[in-house]
Design a protein around this ligand. Structure first.
Ligand code: DGT
Ligand code: CA
Ligand code: CA
Length: 574
């Protein structure tokens, strides 16, 4: 059996598990395994024949689970787990199930009973009102599916930040192995930390581009080659994402990094400034006539024009040049400034790990504190706790806090904001908590004014500390609910409530523009992961990059403060 055939088993499994909304880290592990297997120069079958399971385990990216499945395939000619998944999902319907509002179950039903097997057929049926009469569907579901189809069309195949980051990292890892590669840097929207990514742009410096171009188009993750040139190539990866590679000489590194990082509007401005000075700026450098006068380093792209260095996240034509001219570029918050994570779930509701496991994982990240913040009774789908259960859970948190040394575990809750703006717990129960997050989990379609009023009244509750995932959106899946964000931020300021930047790449709200506004108003922000497993604690970096795009400094972010100061801030309003 070819390596690519083994790899295909794992590509498929990743896809199926993703469809079933299984743990994204498991999905990624399968993808990584598939990628590594395809990249191997030796045959997997031979490795196994010579050294058995042990030899397989020595291959990078192959862990116990994957090795056992390879063994199963070799011994029995099939992987049971794969076949079981494949049976649940007929071929060709992956695109259908991925449409927001559909999901695997509905896709399967429509596929089996009505022979709907393409998004086009689905749209036609929905538009003709044919879906609403199907048992278990209804007009509302039909409308949601149509909205989903439109959302998908609008998203234009833009990818989530973590997905793009993971793929860029894999490419960098592979290309770095070539001795011809000197510097290598992912640029474009990925480096600017935009919330979604159109394509991956990788910059390499080298005196010998050819072997690099050849290796790039042959990467295991590549599905199609769009262009294979001397210094420029483009490919489509197996997940549908485009990746562009550009090689320039060492002396052009700075200007090329600047050019390919963008944004386009930011680049155009620099180019115009150069023209005024009688210079020319391109990806190869800053030129006066034929002479290169700058662009070896990225700093020079700014200092030559009398500017302070502008971090990539600020290069969006949102006032960065004025600030850089006046030496007013803020010192942006960094991942290392983060002292704790104050929004996470455990097995007690819809998380996968215990309190202790979460605490130990957070401690390993170097955090000083965390807060365990389960759902409350009204969010039944997530196993929300009633007051009695919550108080019992608080006890467990206190016990875990004594047991796990070197990190403080705060007892909190992600309390539902009821449709009338009251919180889901009584004051007596809220009083037992160290930290109260508030969130909308129901009646998303409320009219704007009512929704704004609902959120503002929740902020007026003296126990409310932080308003989390403030727009409720799920990128490419669910539109934000309608709110007057200006009013919400004003109320946050007035009531001393912080607003969350949810670091999960599906959410990433508060968005960058409103972060800028929050900073202006003096509203504190909390960056947290909303982790449902220990692995997800590592999503923090995506929240931090969003904060940086919002020009935020350390002092604007609640969870950069040491524990004692944080506690004071949390209790200030009680
Ligand atoms: P994306 O891929 O849609 O998420 O966004 P970007 O910003 O990565 O855009 P992309 O991949 O089209 O181009 C990468 C960078 O190359 C872009 O940020 C700026 C630079 N660039 C591309 N086209 C132009 C152009 O026509 N003029 C200028 N000045 N720069 C460009
Ligand atoms: Ca790009
Ligand atoms: Ca590109």
């Amino acid at each position: 059996m070819e390596n690519s055939e083994f790899a295909n088993i794992f590509w498929d499994m990743a896809e199926f598990l993703e469809l079933k909304e299984d743990n994204p880290f498991k999905v990624r592990a399968y993808r990584k395994a598939a990628q590594n297997i395809e990249a191997l120069s030796k045959s997997v079958e031979e490795i196994y024949a010579k050294g058995g399971l042990k030899a397989l385990l020595a291959v990078p990216g192959i862990g116990q689970h994957i090795a056992e499945k390879i063994e199963e395939q070799i011994k029995t000619g099939k992987v049971k787990a794969h076949d079981q998944l494949a049976k649940q999902f007929p071929r060709g319907f992956l695109d259908l199930a991925n449409i927001p509002g559909m999901g695997p179950k509905t896709a399967l039903l429509l596929f089996k009973k009505f022979k709907i097997d393409t998004p086009k057929k689905l749209e036609k049926a929905a538009k003709a009102g044919k879906l609403r009469n199907i048992p278990g569907m209804g007009a509302k579901k039909e409308e949601n599916i149509l909205r989903g189809i439109n959302l998908k069309k609008q998203s234009h195949g833009r990818f989530l930040l973590d997905d793009a980051t993971a793929h860029a990292e894999l490419i960098v890892e592979e290309l770095k192995k070539l001795k011809e590669v000197k510097k290598i840097l992912p640029c474009g929207s990925l480096r600017r930390g935009q919330e979604t990514i159109g394509d991956i742009d990788i910059l390499v410096t080298s005196a010998k581009p050819k072997p690099i171009m050849d290796a790039f188009v042959k990467l295991a993750a590549v599905k199609n080659i769009l262009a294979h040139g001397e210094t420029k190539s483009s490919v489509i990866l197996k997940n549908g994402m485009q990746a562009d590679l550009r090689v320039v000489p060492e002396k052009s590194f700075g200007s090329a990094a600047h050019y390919f990082t963008g944004s386009k509007a930011h680049n155009i401005h620099i180019r115009q400034l150069a023209q005024k000075k009688g210079w020319k700026v391109s990806e190869y450098g800053i030129f006066k006539g034929n002479k290169q006068i700058g662009g070896r380093t990225e700093e020079e792209m700014f200092t030559k024009f009398g500017f302070q260095f502008i971090p990539p996240e600020l290069r969006e034509m949102r006032g960065e040049f004025e600030a850089a001219k006046n030496k007013k570029i803020p010192k942006l918050v960094e991942l290392k400034d983060i002292k704790g994570d104050l929004h996470m779930h455990t097995k007690a509701t819809d998380g996968s790990n215990s309190i202790e496991e979460m605490a130990r994982a957070a401690k390993a990240l170097g955090y000083e504190y965390i807060a365990i913040t389960e759902h409350t009774q009204s969010t039944r789908v997530a196993g929300g706790l009633d007051e009695k259960e919550m108080l019992a859970h608080v006890k467990k948190i206190r016990e875990a806090n004594k047991k796990v040394k070197g990190i403080e575990i705060l007892a909190g809750a992600e309390v539902d904001i009821l449709p009338d703006g009251r919180l889901d717990y009584s004051d007596e129960a809220l009083d037992q908590l160290d930290i109260v997050l508030t969130a909308i989990h129901s009646r998303f379609k409320m009219p704007k004014e009512e929704m704004t009023e609902r959120i503002v009244s929740a902020m007026e509750n003296k126990y409310a500390n932080i308003f989390v995932h403030p727009t409720g959106r799920l990128i490419n899946e669910r539109e934000p609910y309608e709110i007057d964000m200006e009013k919400v931020l004003q109320a946050a300021k007035k009531n001393n409530v912080a607003v969350e930047i949810n670091a999960h790449p599906r959410r990433l709200d508060l968005t960058d523009i409103y972060c800028m506004r929050a900073k202006e108003l003096g509203v504190k922000l909390l960056i947290s992961t909303d982790a449902h497993s220990t692995d997800q604690l590592e999503l923090m970096k995506y929240g931090v990059i969003t904060a940086r795009r919002g020009w935020l400094e350390k002092k604007n972010v609640l969870n950069t403060y040491p524990l004692a100061k944080l506690k004071k801030m949390l209790y200030a309003s009680k």
